[in-house]
Each structure stands twice: as C-alpha cells, then as structure tokens.
Write a protein that binds this ligand. Structure first.
Ligand code: DQA
Length: 151
C-alpha cells in the first residue's frame, strides 16, 4: 500500500470550470483554470502543502478522485460547479472519505437563480467560500491549512 502523504491537498473543479476565462466573464471573471490552479498551488506551497489538481466534467471521475484522496490527501477543496445543486453522489463520496472539505464558488450563488441556492455539498463541508471570485480558492486553501493539524 502507498504510504499516506498527509501534507498534500486535492483541488477539484467540476463541470464547465475548464472554460474559465471565456465562460460568462461577467460572472466568473477573465482568469483561466490554469490561473486558478497556479494561485492554489502558490497558496498551498506557502503552507508547506502540495497540491493535486483535477478538473472534470464527469461526476464519476470526480467521485473516483474523492475516493482516491483517502490515503493520499489531508483535505479537499472543491468547486463542484453545477453538481453542487444536483449531486447526492458527490456529497456521499465526500462524507465517505471523512476528509476536511472546503466548498468554493466563484460567484455569489445566492444572488443568482433559486436553483443555485441549495447545495448538497454544504452539509459535508467544514467551510464554504462563496462569491470571492478566484480569490476564493486562496481563501479556501488558507482555511484548509488552518484546519489541518501541524505536520
Ligand atoms: C459555480 C456556481 C454554480 O452554480 C455553477 O453551476 C458553476 C460555478 C461557481 O463557482 O460560482 O458551474 O460553482
């Protein structure tokens, strides 16, 4: 069995977040997913944390990555995209691995359509960062580092 690497964190981005930079820039801004991952990696490094980053448009791929995080990551930062509002399966996976989870949304979902106001993920998240733009990823990693035990 692979030894655990407790000072690594997993950053997951869900569907359509690969389009950041060109997707509805008035809502999501002009930064790309690469910019988000670079910001997250720099923030993690400042806390002596490694970052594994994955974006997928597929629910099952995200679930497999959550399962794999057990034993390889100390915590998870996730922007589940639209799966936030639909996926009991992602919420169950997050609950199942029992790692600290920080949920991130770039936009303030509560200022938007009513269907975006409910999150299946929030009840299993330790903390939630909403509406801070891509800076929300930095805040989420800071918060995860704050929650994690000292190395
Ligand atoms: C989002 C908000 C979701 O409602 C939406 O489906 C997304 C992005 C956000 O980061 O603001 O894809 O999670």
């Amino acid at each position: 069995m692979t030894p655990t690497a407790p000072r690594s964190i997993l950053l997951l981005n869900g569907p359509n977040l690969n389009l950041l930079g060109t997707r509805e820039p008035e809502i999501y801004g002009s930064d790309t997913l690469a910019d988000v991952e670079a910001l997250a990696r720099t923030t993690a490094a400042a806390h002596q944390l490694e970052l594994q980053a994955l974006q997928s448009n597929h629910e099952g791929v995200l679930i497999d990555a959550i399962h794999a995080a057990r034993g390889t990551a100390a915590g998870i930062v996730i922007n589940p995209g639209a799966f936030t509002h639909t996926s009991v399966a992602i919420a169950d996976a997050l609950a199942g691995v029992a790692l600290p989870v920080i949920e991130v949304h770039i936009s303030n979902v509560h200022k938007r359509e009513a269907f975006r106001h409910h999150s299946y993920v929030s009840p299993v998240a330790a903390s939630i960062v909403i509406g801070a733009g891509i800076n929300g990823y930095r805040l989420a990693i800071e918060q995860l580092a704050w929650l994690l035990p000292e190395a």
